[in-house]
Design a protein around this ligand. Structure first.
Ligand code: B12
Ligand code: SF4
Length: 509
C-alpha cells in the first residue's frame, strides 16, 4: 500500500528557538517500510499545505497517518483529514501521538467521519497490524492493540518489545537541513531511553508510558549515532542519564568510536548532581547545551508541581552545570494567578543569572494530573490556545496586562540571548553556519518580535470568541466518560490512583 506519514505545522516555539525532526513519525514510517509498503513522509513544519495537496493528487496514497503530540495541532489535523477524505474518499486516515492518545474519542468526533481511527500509544508497535487489517479485513481493526474507533476499540496498546529493534527512517525527510536548536544547526534527534519514573503533576510522560522506563543498549545507541550525518544531536529522552552506568557506557562507546558531535539534552537538577561524572564525561564528548526543568524558584511551587526536588538542589545543579561550561536553559512555569510583582521578581532573578530562561504558562494538558484538578476552571477550550504561550485558566491580572507582563518578561530574557548581543558572542559560529548555507540559527536571533507580541496573543482569544470555536477541548466530564472508559491500562491505572486519592475525578464519574 502507499502510506503517507504527515507531521503538522510549527508550534510557536518552533518558529524561533528550535525545529526538530519528527522522530516518532520516522519510527512509525520505518516500521511500515519494513512491512513492505511504499512510504513517504511529509513534515509541514518545513513544507506547505499546498505541497501536501499536490502530493495527494499526484500520488494518491491508500493511507494517510498524522502525528499529533500537541493539542495546538488538533484543528489543523482535523481540517487536513477532512480535505483529504474529500479528495480521496477511499483513503484510510488515522492519527497517533501523545495528544491523539489522550483525546482519542474527541478527535474522532471532531473529524466527523474523516478520521477512521486513532492509534494510541507507541505507533511502531501496532501499525503493521493496522495496515494488514485495512488491506485485507477491516473487521480485524477491532483486534489491533491501542486502536480506537467511534464504535469501539481494540485491546490496550502494547509497548515495543525493545528499543534496540528501532531505527527511524531518517532518509525519508527531504529537508533535513531545516532542523536545528540554537547554534546546533543542523541538528538531528536521537532517543536513548523512554519514559520517566517521576510523577510531576503537569506532565504526562508517566501516564503515557505507564511509569515504565526503558533503555536502548549502548551498542545500539552508538550504532545509530554513527549513521547520523548532522553534527548537532538533540537527545530527546524525557530525563537524560537517570542511570549513570547507562550514560557512561554510551559515552565510552562514543569515545571508542571517535565520534565527534555536539549535544543537547534535558535532565533534572537532582539527576545532574547525582551523576556528576557522567555529565562531566559528556562535556568532554561535546555536550553543549542542557535544559533543566526548574519550573519554580520557590519551595511552594516545587511542591505544587510535585517535582520531588528541593530548591537548593536545583540551584546547586545550576551552579554545577555552569562550572562545566555548559550553556544551560531553564524553564519557569508562569501561573495565571501571578501579579505584576511576581513577574518583576522573576525578571530580576532571571537577569541575575547567566542562563537562558524560558517562561511557559501553566496549562492543564489532557493526560496530566493538573488536567483532572484544574480543567473545570478553563476560560478557553480552543485547542490552539493550549500551547503554553497562552493562558487557558483565569488570570488575576486583566488578560491584556497578563500578556503585557508575560511578553515583557520573555523579552527581557531574550535580549540576553537573541539579537545583536547574541550575534556578537556567537559571531564565529554564526559565520561558519552561514558559509555552509545554514541560516536557521542566524534567522532565529531576530524572530522574537514577529512571533511574541502581547497584542497578537490577546487577539487570539478574541478571535476565538468572535468565531465560536467548533473544535474545543472537552473538559474532564466528557473526557472521563469517553477517554477513561476507552483508555488503555497504563492510563487507567494512573487515573484510578487519582480517584482513590479523592481527586475531582470521582465526583464526575
Ligand atoms: C522535542 C519536544 C518538544 C519540542 C517540539 C519540537 C519540534 N516539533 O520541533 C518543543 C520544545 C517545542 C516542545 C514543546 C512542548 N512540549 Co514537547 N516534547 C518534546 C520531546 C522532548 C521529544 C519528542 C520526541 O521526538 N520523542 C521521541 C519520539 C520517538 O517519541 P514520540 O514523538 O512521542 O512518538 C511516539 C508516539 O508518540 C507515537 N507517535 C508519534 N507520532 C505518531 C504518528 C502516528 C501516525 C502514530 C500511529 C503514532 C505516533 O509513536 C511514536 C513512537 O513510539 C517529548 C518528550 C519525549 N521524550 O518524547 C516532549 C513531549 C512530546 N512534549 C510534551 C509537551 C507537554 C510539550 C509542551 C505542551 C510543554 C512542554 N512540556 O514543553 C510544549 C507544547 C508546545 C505547543 N506549542 O503546543 C509532552 C506531550 C504531552 C501530551 N501531548 O500529552 C511530551 C511527551 C513531554 C512530556 N514528558 O510530557 N516539545
Ligand atoms: S516533568 Fe520531567 S521529571 Fe517530571 S514527570 Fe515529566 S519527564 Fe518526569
Amino acid at each position: 500500500m502507499k502510506f503517507l506519514a504527515v507531521h503538522p505545522s510549527c508550534l510557536m516555539y518552533s518558529k524561533i528557538y528550535l525545529r526538530l525532526e519528527p522522530l516518532g513519525l520516522e519510527l512509525v514510517a520505518a516500521a511500515v517500510q519494513q512491512g513492505g509498503h511504499e512510504v513517504r513522509l511529509l513534515d509541514l513544519q518545513v513544507d506547505t499545505h499546498a505541497h501536501y495537496f499536490r502530493g495527494l493528487r499526484a500520488w494518491k496514497p491508500d493511507v494517510v497517518a498524522f502525528a499529533c503530540n500537541y493539542l495546538a495541532n488538533v484543528p489543523e489535523i482535523v481540517d487536513l483529514a477532512k480535505a483529504t477524505k474529500a479528495l480521496l474518499p477511499d483513503c484510510f486516515v488515522f492519527v497517533g501521538g501523545h495528544s491523539a492518545s489522550f483525546i482519542a474519542q474527541e478527535f474522532l468526533a471532531h473529524g466527523g467521519g474523516a478520521i477512521d481511527c486513532i492509534l494510541t500509544g507507541e505507533g511502531e508497535a501496532a501499525v503493521l497490524q493496522l495496515l494488514e487489517a485495512v488491506q485485507h479485513d477491516r473487521q480485524a481493526l477491532h483486534q489491533v492493540p491501542g486502536l480506537v474507533r467511534r464504535d469501539g476499540q481494540g485491546p490496550p496498546p502494547q509497548f515495543v518489545a525493545s528499543l534496540d529493534g528501532l531505527l527511524p527512517a531518517r532518509h525519508l525527510l527531504r529537508k533535513r537541513r531545516k532542523y536545528f536548536i540554537g547554534v546546533l544547526d543542523p541538528c538531528a534527534s536521537i532517543e536513548f531511553s523512554r519514559g520517566c519514573p517521576w510523577d510531576c503533576t503537569f506532565c504526562s510522560a508517566w501516564t503515557f508510558y505507564g511509569r515504565s522506563y526503558r533503555l536502548k543498549s549502548p551498542e545500539r545507541a552508538v550504532e545509530e549515532l554513527e549513521q547520523v550525518r548532522e553534527p548537532g544531536i538533540f537527545i530527546v529522552d524525557d530525563v537524560a542519564f537517570i542511570q549513570a552506568q547507562h550514560g557512561m557506557a554510551i559515552g565510552e562507546a562514543i569515545a571508542r568510536k571517535d565520534i565527534h558531535k555536539e549535544y543537547y539534552l534535558e535532565t533534572r537538577g537532582d539527576v545532574l548532581l547525582r551523576n556528576k561524572p557522567v555529565f562531566e564525561f559528556w562535556r568532554s564528548l561535546g555536550l553543549k547545551y542542557m535544559f533543566l526543568g526548574l519550573e519554580a524558584i520557590d519551595e511552594e511551587g516545587l511542591r505544587a508541581f510535585r517535582k520531588r526536588v528541593t530548591l537548593s538542589e536545583n540551584f546547586a545543579a545550576l551552579a554545577y552545570a555552569r562550572s562545566l561550561g555548559i550553556t544551560v536553559a531553564v524553564n519557569i512555569i508562569a501561573d495565571p494567578s501571578w501579579d505584576r510583582e511576581r513577574f518583576e521578581v522573576i525578571r530580576t532573578w532571571c537577569l541575575e543569572i547567566p542562563e537562558i530562561v524560558n517562561i511557559s504558562v501553566n496549562t492543564p494538558y489532557p493526560g496530566t494530573e493538573t488536567w483532572q484538578t484544574e480543567a473545570r476552571q478553563l476560560t478557553s477550550r480552543d485547542y490552539r490556545l493550549f500551547d503554553i504561550q497562552h493562558t487557558v485558566l483565569p488570570t488575576t491580572l486583566p488578560l491584556s496586562t497578563f500578556y503585557d507582563e508575560l511578553v515583557k518578561t520573555q523579552r527581557v530574557l531574550n535580549t540576553k540571548h537573541l539579537g545583536w548581543r547574541a550575534l556578537r558572542s556567537a559571531a564565529s559560529i554564526a559565520a561558519r553556519h552561514v558559509l555552509r548555507g545554514q541560516t536557521n540559527f542566524v534567522k532565529m536571533l531576530w524572530e522574537f518580535d514577529s512571533v511574541y507580541n502581547p497584542k497578537l496573543q490577546l487577539a487570539d482569544h478574541r478571535w476565538v470568541r468572535v468565531r465560536r470555536v467548533a473544535l474545543s477541548v472537552s473538559i474532564p466530564h466528557r473526557f472521563v466518560s469517553s477517554w477513561y472508559v476507552s483508555s488503555p491500562s497504563p492510563f487507567r491505572t494512573v487515573l484510578e490512583a487519582f480517584t482513590s486519592h479523592g481527586s475531582t475525578l470521582s465526583d464526575q464519574s
